[in-house]
Ligand binder design. Structure first.
Ligand code: ACO
Length: 367
């Protein structure tokens, strides 16, 4: 017979089910997608085990459109407290990672309210199709209350899918500065399941923030003069020369590997390129998977520009070097540094990432 510690211990990643749901006819709920988390250690501890329940099932539902959350705990048997050992307090544990609404009983009623006119917060910045279906990217400030509610609802997914992923502490955000911008990807259905349902269904999102960097006025003027974009009237000194950093980036598992991550990355990048107040785009602690996505997309963008500029290694300094006494050759004599610098500035790519792209390009040129 299994010891009580084994019998009443469950793997938290298996026990938690995330369900993306929408209203169905006759007041029913339809699950569009269901998946398990990849990580739960920030919530239940390093071992990712929940002690005290047999047959535990934790269903975390999100309304597909506005991501209103709801949690259901069910189990066959709960361990009775013996001495100081007791079952994990599930509500208390999960309430640190979910908004208070999650634990209310009105989820079904709220889900069935008319959402026909609901649209994601912010503005639509990109539309695209995949497999004959329509998708949209919406972007808006975290100062927008609807955007903030939505981000607060969904932040637990950052813990579930990004190793070491950090919550944005919405209580700590400085609301006097409009620094945070959120990008949302939605599937837009041509046929919602009920007359009252929203056509929008969540795919993934990214959060970004700006660093404002003060420079001498002349340096700012020179820098801005090199941008091919007209300067907006609204530019204030504090908005000049800022960097944009991608903070969190997530495509939900059912939609991964279908180009949605690339579409979202490009949407953020296009806004960076079009904004003369942003001089560089950076990424906070990128995962290996994100690095791959970034490399693929940056390379696609840069390769034609490298080709057009005729970037190649100048081998003549090596040819003229005294064989046998090969001296160090400065990079500037091997590569057209000025042309490369111009391409980097135009594309607003961080220097390390740009150096990586140049290296890949040069290696690809070797016959
Ligand atoms: N059809 C089929 N496949 C495609 C298509 C398409 N139309 N377009 C691209 N692909 C391929 C790509 O070539 C790529 O192939 P590869 O894996 O062989 O290189 C693959 O699909 C992945 O590219 P995308 O589909 O564009 O990326 P995806 O939507 O899967 O998103 C991401 C990648 C964001 C890493 C996602 O997997 C994810 O959210 N993972 C979990 C969380 C995470 O790691 N987030 C990043 C953390 S770092 C940070 O937050 C700053």
């Amino acid at each position: 017979m299994a010891a009580p510690s084994e019998e009443f211990s469950v793997n938290a990643n298996d026990a938690v089910r995330v369900a993306i749901v929408q209203p169905a006819p006759n007041s029913q709920i339809q699950t569009l997608h269901e998946f398990h988390p990849q990580f739960t250690y920030p919530i239940v501890g390093e071992a990712e085990q929940i002690f005290g329940y047999k047959g535990l099932d934790i269903e975390l539902q999100f309304a597909a459109h506005d991501l209103r959350p709801h949690i259901n705990f069910s189990y066959q048997k709960k361990f009775q407290t013996i001495g100081t050992t007791s079952a994990l307090d599930l509500k208390k544990t999960f309430s640190n990672f979910l908004p208070p609404d999650t634990f209310q009983d009105d989820f079904e009623t709220e889900l069935h309210k008319d959402a026909t006119n609901w649209s994601p917060p912010g503005v639509c910045v990109k539309k695209y199709t995949r497999g004959g279906e329509d998708y949209e990217v919406w972007a808006g400030s975290l100062l927008d209350t609807d955007m903030r509610t939505l981000v607060d609802n969904i932040q637990i997914l950052i813990v579930f899918f990004i190793e070491g992923g950090q919550f944005i502490n919405l209580d700590d955000v400085d609301w006097t500065l409009d620094r945070w911008r959120v990008y949302l990807v939605y599937h837009k259905s041509s046929k919602p399941p009920t007359a009252h349902a929203s056509p929008y269904s969540f795919v993934g999102y990214a959060t970004t923030y700006r660093f404002f960097k003060f420079q001498k006025p002349t340096a700012q003027r020179d820098q801005l003069a090199s941008f091919p974009f007209p300067l907006s009237e609204e530019i204030t000194p504090t908005k000049l020369t800022s960097r944009l950093r991608i903070s969190q980036f997530l495509i939900t598992p059912p939609y991964q590997q279908h180009g949605h991550g690339s579409a979202l990355y490009q949407a953020v990048y296009d806004e960076v390129l079009a904004d003369p107040t942003i001089v560089e785009m950076t990424v906070e602690d990128p995962s290996e998977e994100f690095d791959k996505l970034r490399d693929l997309n940056d390379f696609d963008r840069l390769e034609p520009q490298f080709k057009e500029a005729g970037i190649k290694i100048n081998s003549s300094p090596f040819a003229s070097a005294d064989r046998g006494r090969l001296k160090a050759v400065p990079t500037a004599t091997l590569l057209p540094i000025d042309e490369l610098q111009a391409i980097r500035a135009k594309n607003k790519i961080a220097s390390r990432q740009f150096a990586r792209m140049v290296e890949i390009y040069l290696l690809a040129q070797i016959p």
